[in-house]
Design a protein around this ligand. Structure first.
Ligand code: UD1
Length: 419
């Protein structure tokens, strides 16, 4: 089992090129199934979740090859419509292959992704929206069998009870090749939804309104392949900015999606850091000691503060001057990283969906186990700012979302090794 060994106390400074977005890359890889010819995807992050998506493509008969950060997917030959339980379990986002397979073949067999480290992850909204599109779905023993009687789903009006990212993506994937028009009300507005729609438009799909709450899709018989560049990863960006801010350092982040990161940047700025943005660059210079964030940090669907950035900002605020308050509104179990931060000397109290973080004078190195992807990244940040040595285990969680995080930290002058 690999671990990270981190010796804290170094001020980080330098320049980083932001990786491509994991949460864009996965649905776009699934969307390539809808095309009749080859897709070339640039800026694919080298992550275990991306390789899991390529194994799913292989399992249904598509060739997928990587050369550095470019993936070439040949969806010409889909020979199988069942995805094994083992592959479905490898990552929770495998559920987006359900909409893509339905759009491609009009049928599929997948399995319930199950709960995960963030708590229960129901898919009721995905299933009810697809049923409304004429998909017949049966669930037995965790296996979900989906079929469309005519071989194509039917466009319809869908209103989501909550702007779920995954449910919005599944409906879009099923609707772009459905018969007729689909309208999604209360759609998720996350930038990754716009990136998926941008890719699908480049393949010939007719989609409008993405980025807003109402998405309109006119079904097309077939889509073609294209060449596309995945957007930058705003959450990896938030992680490196929080890390450098906490280390009292300086960072130039290039290939950044500055507008999409604004909900995070406007909160980070309240810590006293100087932040300047231009085109695709973010410059950050940290204050001598961060200030607590005065307003309650409420996680919300985009354009609210992203739940995925809650843990990494909390790690930085563990050392700020004053008390910050978080309110987690998206997931039930998203404070599991606090145990490790407290072990390192942070003063955090969790009461239901609220976490009260009183800035400590210093943190101390410790052994910790990554509990989940962003929680693991928060532990890395705390370890970088702590006095002494930390050992972080179960780093498979961190590898799901960060491309060579230890190399990025070393490039900025930090002391972090993988053993
Ligand atoms: C996606 C992101 C994840 C991010 C989350 C919220 C990917 C691969 N993952 O996850 O990093 O944290 O958006 O921004 O893009 N829900 C239901 N029923 C459903 C669907 C969702 O109750 O059918 C609930 C979930 O349990 C959760 C909330 O809705 O509490 C938000 O989930 P959703 O937006 O669907 O997140 P994901 O797409 O799973």
């Amino acid at each position: 089992m690999q671990k990270f060994i981190i010796t804290g106390g170094k001020r980080l400074s330098g320049e980083l090129v932001l990786q491509g977005s994991k949460n864009s890359c996965l649905p776009i890889m699934a969307a390539s199934l809808l095309c009749s010819s080859e897709c070339t995807l640039h800026s694919c992050p080298k992550l275990t979740d991306v390789y899991a998506a390529s194994r799913i493509l292989n399992c249904v008969g598509c060739k997928c090859s990587f050369s550095e950060n470019t993936a070439v997917i040949d969806p010409g030959n889909v020979s199988c419509t069942a995805i094994s339980e083992e592959l479905m379990r490898e990552m929770r986002s495998s559920i987006i292959f359900m909409g893509a397979m339905l759009g491609r073949a009009g049928e599929c067999i997948v399995s319930v992704p199950g709960g995960c480290e963030l708590g229960p992850r129901p898919i009721d909204m995905h299933l009810s929206a697809l049923r409304k599109m004429g998909v017949e779905i049966t669930e037995t023993g965790g296996i979900i069998r989906c079929r469309t009687p005519s071989g194509r789903a039917k466009g319809t009006r869908i209103s989501l009870a909550f702007p779920s990212v995954g449910a919005t993506e599944n409906v879009i994937l099923c609707a772009v090749t459905a018969e007729g028009d689909t309208v999604i009300n209360n759609a998720a507005r996350e930038p990754e939804i716009c990136d998926l729609c941008g890719f699908l438009r480049a393949c010939g799909a007719d989609i409008a309104g993405d980025g807003g709450s109402r998405i309109l899709i006119k079904g097309k018989q077939q889509l073609h392949g294209c060449e596309y560049t995945i957007m930058p990863d705003r959450i990896a960006g938030a992680t490196y900015l929080s890390m450098v801010a906490a280390s009292k350092g300086e960072l130039i982040l290039t290939n950044a999606c500055t507008a999409e990161m604004e909900p995070f940047l406007s909160v980070l700025e309240q810590t006293g850091c100087s932040i300047y943005t231009s085109d695709d660059r973010i410059y950050l210079r940290s204050a001598a000691r961060l200030k607590a964030v005065r307003d309650r940090i409420r996680t919300m669907p985009h354009p609210g503060f992203p739940t995925d950035a809650q843990a990494v900002l909390m790690a930085a605020l563990s050392l700020a001057d004053g008390t910050s308050v978080f309110e987690e509104n998206i997931f039930d179990c998203r404070y599991r990283h606090t145990g490790a931060l407290i072990k390192m000397g942070a003063d955090i109290q969790v009461l239901g969906k609220v976490a009260v973080v009183k800035g400590a004078e210093r943190l101390f190195g410790a052994a910790a186990e990554a509990t989940d992807l962003r929680g693991g990244a928060a532990m890395v940040i705390a370890a970088i700012c702590a006095e002494g040595r930390s050992e972080i285990s179960r780093i498979c969680h961190i590898d799901r979302g960060y491309e060579k995080i230890e190399e990025a930290v070393r490039l900025l002058g930090g002391d972090m090794r993988r053993v």
